[in-house]
Design a protein around this ligand. Structure first.
Ligand code: MRU
Length: 334
């Protein structure tokens, strides 16, 4: 497996089974679950044991290979995995690549899943360098959700750029937005950064405006779950507000994603399916109710940031500034 710098893996292949680090209970509990069927892997994706667009794609590929190993029906495996979560296009990309091999040979399918995993790590390491090249020395970065080793094959997308820029001596401070309702920023991003001794301060989502008004950060750097042909970006709920705020305060916005996150079949973000998750994720915290009994809530898991609010989109193939249909097509198809 290609080396990445984190001391843990979110996803590990163990010959006949898949091991997933349970991201729902990090950072205080370290639990690994073992999977042997695509249906159970699909549940793990839906229930957020594993999350983050590239990690979901890699996991689905292994899930498909598991059913091949056990002689199960691969069209059923495809279907159950494809129904797990709707927004991250990496899931569908990975399943298409596995099914597109046109074989039921388990050895070929396991090898392909491992290749998808390896390629994602390599893409992140390259993307890290491209993204870091856009950042000036002494910069302060605000990030949202978790886009690190936990969300990918390793190193990370936005967090990979943060890791690379910090290694280059360019960052003085990282701010991690807590990211309600799942708190990926508080539980996962802060944990990953602290393990790497990268200076991180946690920020309540609602405090970003005050930080930006006080000129406390220079960049917002985030990942993506799906990027359309015109450069619109679906990412964790709250990204759109951060981009609007950043523009209002003269800051720059960078989106980092491998080309497997692009969906050039969609003209704009209006066509991206946005996952609606259970109301209970908003009305409760750690299983404890925080709202009056019977209170309704909305829980869109993602929002769409329009391309005009984005300064740069960085991939493993390079980056575009001020994304357009034309420059995105050239980069993705290069
Ligand atoms: O609901 P999640 O935790 O799967 O959402 C994750 C995000 O929105 C990430 O920012 C995105 O997948 C990019 S991960 C490299």
């Amino acid at each position: 497996m290609t080396a990445h710098s984190s001391s843990f893996n979110a996803i590990e292949w163990h010959g006949q089974s898949l091991h997933l680090l349970d991201q729902r209970v990090l950072p205080h509990t370290h639990t690994v679950h073992e999977y042997t069927t695509a249906a159970d892997v699909a549940d793990a994706i839906r229930d957020m044991v594993v999350r983050g667009a590239p990690a979901i794609g890699i996991t689905a590929a292994y899930g498909y290979a598991l059913d091949a190993l056990n002689g199960r029906d691969l069209s059923a495996a495809y279907k159950v995995l494809a129904e797990s979560r709707p927004t991250a296009v990496n899931l569908f990309w990975a399943l298409e690549r596995m099914a597109g091999l046109g074989t039921e040979d388990p050895h070929a399918l396991v090898a392909e899943a491992k290749k998808i995993h390896e390629e994602d790590i390599a893409a992140n390491l390259t993307m890290g360098q491209f993204g870091a090249s856009l950042i000036k020395e002494g910069s302060r970065v605000y990030t949202h959700c978790n886009t690190g080793t936990l969300a990918t094959g390793g190193h990370g997308t936005a967090l990979g750029i943060i890791r690379s820029a910090f290694a280059d001596g360019k960052l003085t401070q990282v701010y991690a937005g807590e990211t309600r309702p799942w708190l990926q920023g508080a539980r996962l991003t802060a944990w990953e950064l602290m393990q790497d001794n990268i200076p991180v301060k946690l920020v309540c989502d609602g405090a970003a405006a005050q930080l930006f008004r006080a000129k406390g950060a220079d960049w917002v750097i985030v990942g993506a779950d799906r990027i359309t042909a015109n450069g619109d970006v679906a990412n964790k709920i709250g990204t759109y507000s951060l981009a609007v705020l950043a523009k209002h305060h003269g800051m720059k916005v960078m989106v980092a994603a491998p080309t497997t996150t692009f969906d050039l079949t969609l003209d704009s973000g209006n066509a991206i399916p946005i996952e609606q998750r259970p109301m209970s994720e908003v009305t409760s915290l750690n299983g404890q109710p925080i709202a009056p009994e019977g209170c309704e809530a909305i829980n869109p898991s993602f929002d769409v940031t329009p391309a005009e609010l984005i300064d740069a989109i960085v991939t493993e193939k390079g980056f575009v500034e001020n994304p357009t249909v034309e420059n995105i097509a050239i980069m993705v198809n290069s």
